[in-house]
Design a protein around this ligand. Sequence first.
Ligand SMILES: [Zn+2]
Length: 308
Amino acid sequence: MKVFDLHCDTLFKANETGKSVVRNDFEFSMEKAESYESYTQVMAIWIPDEYRKERAFHLAEACYRRLNREVDRQNVFLKADNYAEEKSNYTVILSVEGGAVLSGDIEKVKVLKAMGVRFLTLTWNGSNEIGDGILCDSPKGLTPFGRVLVPELERNNIIIDISHASEPLFYDVAEHTTKPFVATHSNSRRYCQHKRNLTDDQFRIICQSGGIVGLNFHKYFITDSGKVTFLDLQKHLEHFLSLGGENHISLGSDFDGAEMPECIRGVQSIGEFYNYLLSENYNESLLKKIFYDNADHFLTKYDEESME
Ligand SMILES: [Zn+2]
């Protein structure tokens, strides 16, 4: 089977611990992913809310250099900056989780583009130069800088990710974007109340924009109690499907950045979840969409349209 995962924090964790993204005892490693027929991993550089200005940018640079070194050191995974042209059976794509990396400097968008950054999660949970994250008190939407930034990201083919965004920020992004935008790692608030999850309205707006949403395996985003079986994760999937998400649902594991439930131990559990859904009589072509095709089509189309 083929896997496309829109979010993991393995690169940040590797940078913190000095370990490798190729071989490690983490939830994701390239070596473990090679047991699948094909695997595309979006690797996020997480910018914690304590990191601001130069410190945020230096962290991103260090992670970027580490990823390049590690990709060069093995010969299975290739990094794709232009996905439509460079995708392969085992692909790694760079993202930054935290717009603080820009320090409010619009010129840095081109620097991110040159690094091959394809997704920018506008905020983490706190506030930054762009807007407010989901844990801010009385959150606000896009700042004046944020309003200038949105079209500049779109011009540079950096996809806007609203996972972690506050509601006002979400609605401002929906209003100011002209290209599809995404939630790389967020579940449904209908089934689990956590603020990090999406309301039905938010999910529908992302679908209408042509964007995609990645199912998150963090246990407290699946159930309020954190006790989780595959059936609970399936409930999020079912609800998104009932909202018309068949072509918009993907995976956003959050490996190495979240608390996994007992039924999910890492890369190998993605195949177990796939087999569980097959045993629940899911049609194979629908599962292929969720586990790979939707994200693959989304990014291919995004890149092809921007080359026209
Ligand atoms: Zn996150």
